[in-house]
Design a protein around this ligand. Structure first.
Ligand SMILES: O=C(O)CCC(=O)C(=O)O
Length: 275
């Protein structure tokens, strides 16, 4: 699946492009079943999970190491071909993956931030929009109430905004964009909310300012994220400089990803389970 010239332009102008309904209901069902498993001690690497202040699951990192379905999703041609177009070549690898659960009633806020602020700490040399980016897959129908991921369109053009390190707001310390910069950009450009049906995908720049509110609704909001980086932009350090970092937040063994000839998720979904 290739992005049109219009979609490529959108990515450059707004810092993101949305592909509604890219994954089928059956595929999403499979990814949700895997999400259920990943949040338990039964996943191969339970130490890769992080928790809210109240002990509920916040995120499962590195899903693909324990889940064939997520391993297939990040190599899926519907994902990797557009990423290849945007990153300008086939030599790309998976820098990071995470599944944010944003559970009903309890899922906490993600402060406004740019992902590159963290990746810089992880040693990624360049945050250029065409070197490193993220693919979001919405696993639940998402509306204004269950904490959609929000983008500030065009904010990627600022490059990296000097971040503040917030260790207090949530269980997960984050390099956040200072409030005055968020206000300035949101007043100038507005805010876009990723609402829509499960299976929708958004591709966004590592410099795009984004965040989400707490989920106080009765409906969970799971988002899976795959961050892709060019191989020639891989860190030269072997360990993150972040103050708090588990071993799964960045991939320090970069290997070029081979795009699958065709999607395998439909077959896995039809088989009922991926294992
Ligand atoms: O899932 C969300 O609402 C926020 C995700 C995000 O920005 C992150 O994990 O860095």
């Amino acid at each position: 699946m290739r992005l049109s010239d219009d979609q490529l332009r959108q990515y450059d102008e707004r810092g993101y492009v949305v592909l509604t309904g890219l994954f089928s209901d059956e595929e999403v069902t499979l990814l949700r079943e895997e999400a259920d498993l990943l949040q338990t001690e039964q996943r191969g690497h339970p130490e890769a999970n992080t928790y809210e202040k109240n002990g509920r699951i916040r995120a499962a990192w590195a899903m693909e190491i324990d889940s064939p379905a997520y391993a297939a999703a990040c190599r899926d041609p519907r994902v990797l071909e557009p990423v290849g177009q945007l990153l300008g070549g086939p030599e790309i690898y998976l820098l990071q993956s995470r599944l944010n659960y944003k559970v009903a009633f309890e899922g906490d806020v993600f402060q406004w931030h740019q992902d590159y602020a963290s990746w810089e700490q992880d040693g990624v040399p360049d945050g250029d929009d065409h070197k490193v980016l993220t693919v979001l897959i919405m696993l639940d129908d998402t509306d204004e109430a269950n904490g959609p991921l929000r983008f500030v369109p065009g904010s990627h053009k600022e490059g990296l905004i000097r971040p503040e390190y917030d260790e207090a707001t949530t269980s997960y310390a984050l390099h956040v964009v200072p409030d005055p910069a968020v206000s300035r950009l949101a007043l100038a450009n507005g805010v876009f909310a990723n609402v829509g049906p499960a299976g929708t995908v958004a591709i966004f720049s590592g410099n795009l300012v984004h965040g989400s509110t707490a989920n106080r609704s009765a409906h969970g909001r799971r988002n899976a994220y795959f961050a892709f980086n060019r191989l020639d932009n891989a860190p030269t350090i072997t360990q993150s400089r972040r103050k708090t970092a588990n071993a799964y937040i960045a991939n320090y063994d970069p290997k070029p990803l081979a795009v699958l000839d065709e999607p395998v998720l439909p077959g896995l979904a039809a088989a009922g389970r991926s294992r």
